[in-house]
Design a protein around this ligand. Structure first.
Ligand code: GLC
Length: 553
């Protein structure tokens, strides 16, 4: 039997390597906040293209583009009105093709964000569903149900939305539809073959255009138990056995098995990474070679800056990856959480939602310490086997913008919680390119989210070429990693016989003498022997200062 011919798209990266994703440094671009070339205050696709040389100078292997599809922006673009187009506010399909070509010319891969759990309420399918009667094929693409109570005026179940409030919204004729997120994000019914076929079409559409991989939004949410009576869900205690009615059900894996077949139609096969908020042992199921290949590991993103926490998380995740045949992923920041330079500058255990509600005044942020620790954590993570995800602006040492005026907040969490949770806008503020000027070089006018007045100090212009800047540090670290990273071996090292669970030093060796040593404590420790390759901050004479990582060779 002959193997079907593989599809080769128009644009490909310079060096063919089907395994590039296994140990890539992936830079997340939040397009609306990256670079604005048309002066409307929103970043655009052409803006990203103009910054490809910058991304190349940073040394990243790939960029992951958060959604750039047509969207009414009820949830920062994660409410998609058309999966196979570019939002006219951000550009055109030609602009996207030009971006993919420019990235490939610099040997940078492109990952696109696919949002399969829900569409926008402005998607043509949902409009058709609203116009059609109960029980119609148009409604069957979504989850429409009759309400509870004698007159159907109560929601069908007690399920709550991730952004607050009921997960059901009533429509004019009295039926209710399900939305695990905002009401403007109706959930699709993945038991419907039309839904499945349409997403396979979307995967091929972008793969044909040369896109190298996909980030799969809310991957753990597609399969749902919609039989009545509805079982209650308690989000805080995800059961380990796949019995939650809404998340991480066993049936979801069949969908991704099919996706893998589509992704494997390409040469090289397209990569994929699941956003699956599931307990660690079940998360790796999404990353099996027969499914997406990778799943985000958010353990470090939720952990304090603490040696035992880091050591335990790394050990567990490396063991799980070995078992599943996937590669590990490491994430410290993304567009959904308070930036790690800020988290680490707050007292351990601070509730960041509550802190944001004080406009970042209480408890007081030690920004210098936060950044020092963030650099140490980043360098440690870059020394690990697997791939590292970097969120735009962390390479500049940006802090969370905690004091955005209330009337300018955009996050649906802010609205849906009755203004009690600010949400994620503080990490989505447009990044500063220049020390001064309108929107610090982001664009020509005021940006869609206001930037802090001192942002220019952390701009690319201010940090470029400055030996001690965070930007220079990231460039040096990523360049060294490119030279050194190979294989998946890691050996834990004793540091002065002190590598027990209470030690504040985390040290490990990779291969050919490459070692990473992190001092999580505040007091200096003796610097192990060897040649210093990179350090997260200047070292003392023969000592590794507190809250510092060094790579030795
Ligand atoms: C994911 C995204 C988040 C979005 C949500 C709903 O968690 O990362 O930004 O709000 O899905 O699509």
């Amino acid at each position: 039997m002959s193997t079907p011919a593989k599809t080769t798209p128009a644009s490909t990266p310079r060096t063919p390597d089907p395994d590039w994703w296994r140990d890539a440094v992936v830079y997340q671009v939040y397009p609306r906040s990256f670079a604005d070339t048309d002066g409307d205050g929103l970043g655009d696709v052409a803006g990203i293209t103009t910054r490809v040389p910058y991304l190349s100078s940073l040394g990243v292997d790939a960029i992951w583009l958060s959604p750039f599809f047509p969207s009414p922006l009820a949830d920062g673009g994660y409410d998609v009105a058309d999966y196979r187009d570019v939002d006219p506010k951000l550009g055109t399909l030609d602009d996207l093709d030009a971006l993919v070509r420019a990235a490939h010319e610099h040997d940078i891969r492109v990952i696109v964000d696919i949002v399969p759990n829900h569409t926008s309420d402005q998607h043509e399918w949902f409009r058709a569903a609203l116009a059609a009667p109960a029980g119609s094929p148009e409604r069957a693409r979504y989850v429409f149900r009759d309400g509870a109570g004698p007159d159907g005026s109560l929601p069908p179940s007690d399920w709550v939305s991730n952004f607050g409030g009921s997960a059901w919204t009533r429509v004019e004729d009295g039926q209710w539809y399900l939305h695990l997120f905002a009401p403007e994000q109706p959930d699709l019914d993945w038991e419907n073959p039309e839904v499945r076929a349409d997403f396979e079409h979307t995967l091929r559409f972008w793969s044909d255009r040369g896109v190298d991989g996909f980030r799969v939004d809310v991957a753990h949410g597609l399969a749902k138990d919609l039989s009545t009576p509805y079982r209650p869900s308690d989000e805080k205690a995800l059961p380990l056995d796949g019995s939650d009615p809404l998340y991480d059900r066993d049936e979801v894996h069949e969908i991704f098995g099919t996706w893998r077949q589509v992704l494997d139609e390409y040469d090289p096969p397209r990569a994929a990474v699941a956003e699956a908020w599931a307990p660690a042992p079940r998360r790796v199921l999404y990353a099996r070679p027969t499914e997406l290949g990778q799943a985000f590991n958010f353990d470090l993103l939720e952990a304090p800056f603490d040696a035992a926490a880091f050591r335990g998380i790394i050990q567990r995740n490396l063991a799980m990856s070995e078992q599943s045949g996937a590669s590990s992923t490491w994430v410290l920041s993304n567009h959904d959480v308070v930036r790690h330079a800020t988290r680490y500058g707050l007292p351990t255990g601070t509730d960041t939602d509550a802190w944001l509600m004080t406009d970042g005044t209480a408890p007081v942020l030690d920004a210098e310490r936060g950044l020092r620790r963030a650099r140490a954590a980043t360098l440690l993570v870059l020394a690990l086997p697997g791939s590292s995800y970097v969120y735009q602006g962390e390479e500049l040492g940006l802090q969370e913008a905690a004091a955005i005026p209330h009337d300018q907040l955009q996050d649906p969490k802010w609205i849906r919680t009755g203004h009690t949770v600010k949400g994620r806008d503080g990490c989505r503020v447009p990044i500063p390119w220049t020390t001064s000027g309108p929107s610090f070089g982001f664009g020509a006018v005021a940006p869609h989210l206001p930037q802090p007045a001192d942002f220019g100090r952390s701009s690319v212009e201010a940090e470029d070429g400055e030996p001690d800047s965070t930007l220079s540090f990231y460039r040096a670290a990523i360049a060294a990693r490119r030279r050194l990273q190979q294989g998946e071996e890691l050996h834990w090292l004793d540091t002065d016989g002190d590598q027990g669970s209470r030690s504040r030093v985390v040290a490990f060796a990779r291969h050919d003498g490459w070692r990473s040593v992190t001092n999580f404590g505040v007091d200096p420790v003796p610097l192990p022997s060897g040649t210093v390759v990179v350090a997260s901050r200047p070292l003392g004479d023969g000592v590794l200062p507190g809250e510092t990582t060094v790579w030795l060779a």
